[in-house]
Design a protein around this ligand. Structure first.
Ligand code: PGA
Length: 255
């Protein structure tokens, strides 16, 4: 049984004060005894410690939005996996399409980052996904194949035990366009298959694959009703407690 996971990617939003307020409001909404998916908040680096202080002891995990591939040294402006671990993170988003687009990240750098992150015991949330032109040319699977093989190169089965893969079609990120549940489920199935080829059946069955790209309260239930979709990586709609909570609450927990 895979435990569903809903992660909020706050991107470059929220000052410390705003982050504290948002985390508090999410906790209030989550004050229910019913089973919920695993919930992860990924604020900007500057708010990690603040948010950790608020969510300590609650049913919420902390995640970062990026990490460097070394643990210390002369790398001005970078943040290391060990620093994230010691501030209380469990997860790190890696290879987000915005990082690939604006900061020249590629499969090789993502691969180095995944290795560094898992070596300190953090769980990577690896983002993959195609651009619209690639989908239109029927290259979605080829691209996702390349991204996954590149990102996971040289990683053992044990090292990817806590990996989460986020399928995020780039054309759906922040655009209001969402992949249909069927489109998403198809790629999720492809990813699971590939993992079983690269590793084994058990690893692929246990891997959590989440969908990202304009997940909203209005479409969350349909997306999450697909058995291949183990949760969501939520950008815009995670910036408000109300909409984020509605998305969390849309996950069909055993119903
Ligand atoms: P969005 O972002 O929900 O605003 O589309 C998702 C993401 O980039 O992770």
């Amino acid at each position: 049984m895979r435990r569903p996971i809903i992660a909020g990617n706050w991107k470059m939003n929220k000052t410390n004060r705003e982050a504290r307020e948002l985390a508090k409001s999410i906790i209030q909404k989550m004050a229910t005894s019913s089973p919920l998916p695993e919930v992860v908040l990924c604020p900007p680096f500057t708010a990690l410690e603040t948010v950790k202080g608020v969510i300590n002891g609650q049913r919420i995990e902390l995640g970062a939005q990026n990490a460097f591939w070394e643990n210390e040294g002369a790398y001005t402006g970078e943040i290391s996996p060990n620093m994230l671990l010691t501030v209380g993170c469990r997860y790190v988003i890696l290879g987000h399409s915005e990082r690939r687009k604006y900061f020249s990240e590629n499969d090789q750098t993502v691969n180095r980052k995944i290795k560094a992150v898992v070596s300190v015991g953090l769980s990577p949330i690896l983002c993959v996904g195609e651009r619209l032109e690639e989908r239109e040319k029927g290259r979605t699977e080829a691209l996702v194949d390349q991204q996954l093989r590149g990102a996971l190169k040289g990683l053992s089965r044990e090292e990817i035990e806590n990996l989460v893969v986020a399928y995020e079609p780039i054309w759906a990120i922040g655009t209001g366009k969402t992949a249909t549940p069927e489109q998403a489920a198809e790629v999720h199935g492809f990813i699971r298959n590939l993992i079983s080829q690269l590793y084994d059946e058990k690893t692929s069955e246990e891997l959590r694959i989440i969908y990202g790209g304009s997940v909203k309260p209005e479409n969350a239930r349909d997306l999450f009703s697909q058995p291949q979709i183990d949760g969501g990586l939520v950008g815009g709609a995670s910036l408000q407690a109300d909409s984020f909570w509605q998305i969390i609450n849309s996950y069909p927990m055993g119903d």
